[in-house]
Ligand binder design. Structure first.
Ligand SMILES: C[S@@+](CC[C@H](N)C(=O)[O-])C[C@H]1O[C@@H](n2cnc3c(N)ncnc32)[C@H](O)[C@@H]1O
Length: 389
């Protein structure tokens, strides 16, 4: 049972439903990808574009940077060696959420003498851009002037790094169902005033992605199989990474390599909806009030990075990444802390690393362009889980 949204929230959702219904009435059944795009980002009404709380205990879900600063410390440890080698480095954060990672990362980099000359935040949501500004101004006012908010990737080339935590899962994806004579695209129609899923011939770009996917998998996907694919992932990666002349791209998210993502038993895909810390599988339940996301196909992400001219430096689950980047050395002083501080840090590290928490399902992928191996933590670029791609 999901908690019932309050009347104001229901009214906002009703407006979004009207908007989607009107578009369907005008153009016919809407690709699920378009539905997800509107449910998340319709101006003033979508989940990320309206004012709901979203992150942390008061919101709908918790991300690694929201737990505390351990994740940021390890990201700083990963980036610092590279930032220190580059003149006037810039850091570009994608989808900065509440601004928690920006604040903790700036502090962690400053402690390493690796504060970037500029910290750019590419954020789609106007509501979140404002929240980030308020949070950063309160927590680290001394660095506010280095920060610049963008709605499009920067046009000017820069050296430095691009980071994004749980951004790729928030990109709208297409859904498909396999029928006996081939795959169909899942679209959204309105029947008796309700949204329903219907199967249609896939759009051209999706048909191409599905043909590539099918030829890459060892076995054909069985009839009735439902899953997701993001046909625009490579174009997205190319766009956000184009200005990076030299440096690292670090993307953390939940997902799998392709063989695991599309294994035959995963017959209902990975789409998941979050509302007030309840996970559910009905994307039509009060659209605009839930987060909708799909796991990341990390093989597709690796291909996108390589196609954009990057070298894949590391891919591991979050636990392996944290160890490779040197978390043990960073927290070797735990025994010297008082009980409360030790407990707080230990709990955070457990959430990030335990297999039943974020340790296994979350992965970290690191790309580089013009980066020397010795600029990175020594144990980071080992074989890790790359074999699973
Ligand atoms: C799940 S939240 C993660 C927020 C934050 N990184 C964290 O870990 O707490 C996804 C974020 O990505 C942003 N976003 C989604 N698509 C984006 C895009 N194409 N470009 C930039 N930001 C995007 C959302 O507005 C939101 O801030």
């Amino acid at each position: 049972m999901l908690p019932e949204p309050d009347p104001h929230a229901r009214a906002v959702s009703a407006l979004l439903q009207d908007l989607i219904t009107a578009e369907i009435a005008e153009r016919g059944p809407m690709p699920f990808q378009r539905y997800m795009e509107l449910a998340l980002y319709a101006p003033g009404l979508g989940y990320y574009a309206a004012g709901s709380h979203k992150f942390g205990a008061q919101g709908d879900f918790v991300t690694a940077p929201e737990l505390g600063n351990v994740f940021a410390e390890v990201v700083a440890q990963t980036l610092a060696g590279t930032l220190l080698q580059l003149a006037e480095p810039t850091l570009l954060e994608l989808g900065a959420g509440s601004g928690a990672l920006a604040v903790d990362l700036l502090q962690a980099l400053a402690r390493r003498g690796a504060l970037p000359a500029r910290y750019l935040i590419l954020e789609r949501s106007a509501d979140l851009r404002e929240r980030q500004r308020v949070h950063i101004a309160a927590a680290t006012p001394q660095w506010l002037e280095r920060i610049e908010w963008l709605e499009q990737p920067p046009e000017q080339a820069f050296d430095g790094a691009i980071i994004g935590n749980e951004v790729v899962d928030a990109l709208a994806c297409a859904r498909f169902v396999v029928e006996t004579d081939g795959p169909r695209e899942i679209c959204v129609d309105v029947v008796a005033g309700r949204f329903v899923a219907v199967a249609k011939e896939p759009r051209e770009q999706l048909a191409r992605s599905l043909a590539n996917l099918q030829s890459d998998l060892q076995q054909p996907l069985p009839p009735g199989y439902v899953s997701e694919v993001n046909p625009e992932l490579a174009a997205w990666f190319a766009t956000i990474s184009a200005p990076l002349r030299r440096g690292l791209v670090l993307l953390a998210d939940y997902g799998y390599g392709r063989p695991e993502y599309y294994r035959a038993e995963r017959t209902t895909g990975t789409l998941i909806c979050h509302y007030r810390h309840h996970a559910h599988d009905d994307p039509f339940w009060h659209p605009g009030l839930n987060d909708l996301s799909a796991s990341v196909d990390f093989t597709a992400l690796a291909e996108a990075g390589v196609d954009s001219g990057f070298e894949l430096l590391a891919y591991d689950n979050q636990s392996g990444f944290l160890i490779g980047a040197g978390i043990e050395g960073l927290y070797s002083h735990l025994g010297e802390l008082d009980d409360r501080a030790r407990l707080r840090l230990t709990q955070q590290i457990k959430r990030l690393m335990l297999p039943g928490e974020m340790g296994e399902r979350f992965k970290v992928m690191l790309f580089g362009r013009g980066v020397e191996a010795e600029w990175l933590p020594a144990d980071l670029a080992g074989p890790g889980q790359r074999r699973l791609l």
